[in-house]
Design a protein around this ligand. Structure first.
Ligand code: AMP
Ligand code: MG
Length: 345
């Protein structure tokens, strides 16, 4: 068990180093007159913030305080959090903070829009696979079918700031909370008069404005097949969020790899020929919700979804090594390395 914990910690450190590496060019060349940078661990992930402006230390301190507040509200494991109360008082109405109510409302709305491929009620299944504790196992098909009956998000009763869950159901906003946090922090920074900042929230990128010298922020797009990058994204005032089952997974006793993003229809980790889905758009919450949902949908459905919505850009990396990206994403992306690229129009 200690060994597993150690492996988890090593994985987190490695992920942190990789994300830090990606941002090196942006951080070194930010061109700030005055700049504050900080890396810290919160919401079960590493965060890396760069804030430029008149008094960047104070602004950075304020957004860090907000992260702590949101973590207290949204942690699944902290017994004082809104989410914990909802999950452990099933059958009873629970009154939550306005920000929690807004998060729940957003996630349920996105669940509807994505036909339940984003499912904030998937937690009982996620738990059975051990992704909540790190003690992974392959549940039996019977166990999965029984647990799937507890994942109907339409049964969440929700009005104003009051939430009631049916007995046995549990909510988890791991697929949207980081992106949602990015939006809140970006708004807060702008209200503080900051017009240039780069927030890396466990790999979810939220850029406020451009670099203070007017250049784009440069962010590496992770190669899901290696520790390297597929290319660089040049962004300003934009969120970039990636989902993939290479990020957190375990190898089962059958030798197969099982990832942390669950297909809510089957109760098994999504395994549909996609390696990663990266979504870009103005709202971090929207990008975060979509990256998870579209990763579950698979290639054809993902492309169909984009063709209908067209209010975000995306880059899809397939298991055969090919890459598909929207026209808008192509304008932001400088590819490195050799792979087949399809441009979606
Ligand atoms: P992300 O990294 O944003 O794609 O979110 C993945 C996290 O969301 C997982 O670690 C789980 O906590 C949770 N999750 C897994 N599958 C789903 C799903 N289909 N819908 C909603 N949340 C999910
Ligand atoms: Mg997500």
């Amino acid at each position: 068990m200690a060994e597993r914990g150690m492996v988890e910690v090593m994985k987190k450190i490695r992920a942190f180093l990789i994300s830090a590496l990606f941002l090196v060019s942006a951080l070194n060349l930010s061109g700030c007159s005055s700049e504050a940078k900080e890396s810290f661990f919160a919401m079960n992930t590493f965060m890396n913030f760069t804030v430029c402006g008149e008094n960047p230390e104070a602004a950075l301190e304020k957004v860090k305080e907000t992260v702590t507040e949101l973590e207290r509200l949204w942690s699944v494991t902290d017994s004082g959090s809104d989410i914990y109360k909802i999950n452990h008082t099933a059958g009873q109405p629970v009154t939550v903070d306005e920000r929690t109510a807004a998060l729940i409302s957003f996630a349920l709305d996105m669940a509807d829009k994505t036909e339940g491929t984003l499912n904030p009620a998937i937690y009982p299944v996620l738990k059975a696979w051990g992704f909540t504790t790190g003690e992974n196992r392959i549940p039996s098909p019977e166990e999965i079918s029984a647990l799937l009956t507890l994942t109907d998000y339409e049964k969440v009763q929700f009005s104003g700031c009051t939430v009631t869950l049916p007995e046995g159901m549990m909510l988890d906003f791991g697929a949207v909370a980081k992106g949602y946090t990015g939006d809140i922090l970006a708004e807060q920074l702008k209200a503080e008069g900051v017009s240039s900042a780069l927030l890396d929230i466990g790999g979810n990128i939220q850029a406020v404005g451009a670099r203070s010298d007017g250049e784009y922020w440069r962010v590496g797009l992770r190669d899901p097949f290696s520790d390297g990058i597929l290319g660089t994204l040049q962004i300003s005032d934009l969120a970039v969020v990636t989902s993939g089952n290479y990020e957190r997974y375990f190898i089962g006793e059958d030798g197969k790899s099982y990832g942390h993003i669950i297909d809510p229809e089957s109760g098994y980790p999504a395994d549909n020929g996609l390696m990663s889905v990266t979504i870009m758009g103005k709202s971090g919450a929207y990008c975060d919700a979509l990256s998870t949902a579209l990763f579950v949908m698979g290639y054809d459905e993902t492309v169909r979804y984009w063709l209908e919505a067209r209010d975000f850009e995306m880059i899809i990396v397939c298991a055969d090594g090919s890459v598909a990206l929207t026209e808008g994403a192509k304008k932001l992306f400088i590819s490195e390395g050799e792979y087949e690229i399809t441009v979606l129009k």
